[in-house]
Design a protein around this ligand. Structure first.
Ligand SMILES: N[C@@H](CCC(=O)N[C@@H](CS)C(=O)NCC(=O)O)C(=O)O
Length: 210
């Protein structure tokens, strides 16, 4: 008898990083319950059992809470190994997945997030604008690496679509929304290529409000 489908609840808000998890769930073909109450969900007590900072995304998978978008996407992909959405644990493809996820979050996404925080998310009196230009330069330093890697391949791991591309493309798209990849043609083509996938959530990015 086939295993029962896992029970999955995704706490999400449309344009947030939860879009990564929604896209992964759709690629995985897994049923899930969505809790999306708009921006009021972010920071609400409803999230406390699932995220210690009451952020989105958060998930409950088979009764267990999980936070951090990349961790949620990877856990979902591991539930459906037949879809080959991520390399198996212990494989070199998995090491490359971990490499690109870390690179995306620590060399690219943190800079555009800091810019958004200090230009539109935080209340005006809490914003610090002194390093906005530096944020852009540091994002571009990481993006240039990814752009050159994508010069001769279509996807980041194993030259096939995986959730690594879901995680990375969200940060690339975020950089595009800040005007930071205008001269990176391979990254622009990468976004266009990924956005042709029927389940792409790339068009959700932007317009984040808290
Ligand atoms: N590294 C986390 C970031 C989570 C995060 O900062 N989420 C934003 C929405 S995209 C949020 O909930 N912000 C509210 C806040 O910072 O208090 C992830 O990838 O899941």
């Amino acid at each position: 008898m086939a295993d029962p489908a896992p029970s999955i609840t995704l706490y999400e808000y449309g344009p947030s990083r939860s879009a990564r998890c929604r896209w992964t769930l759709l690629e995985a073909g897994l049923p899930f319950t969505s809790v999306d109450e708009g921006p009021s969900l972010v920071g609400s007590e409803r999230l406390k059992p699932f995220h210690p900072l009451k952020k989105v995304p958060a998930a409950e998978i088979n009764g267990k809470p999980l936070f951090e978008s990349a961790a949620i996407c990877t856990a979902i992909a591991d539930l459906v190994p037949e879809h080959q959405l991520v390399g198996a644990s212990g494989s070199w493809a998995r090491a490359e997945h971990d490499q690109w996820v870390s690179f995306t979050l620590s060399e690219m996404e943190c800079w555009v997030w800091n810019t958004d925080m200090n230009s539109r998310v935080l209340p005006e009196e809490k914003r610090i604008s002194a390093h906005l230009r530096q944020n852009g330069a540091l994002f571009r330093r990481g993006a240039r690496v990814m752009d050159s890697v994508l010069a001769d391949r279509e996807y980041l791991v194993g030259n096939r679509f995986t959730i690594t591309d879901i995680i990375a493309s969200f940060a690339v798209k975020w950089g595009q929304s800040q005007g930071l990849i205008d001269d990176f043609n391979h990254l622009q083509n990468y976004l266009e290529r990924l956005d042709t996938r029927p389940h792409s959530t790339l068009n959700r990015i932007g317009n984040f409000q808290t």
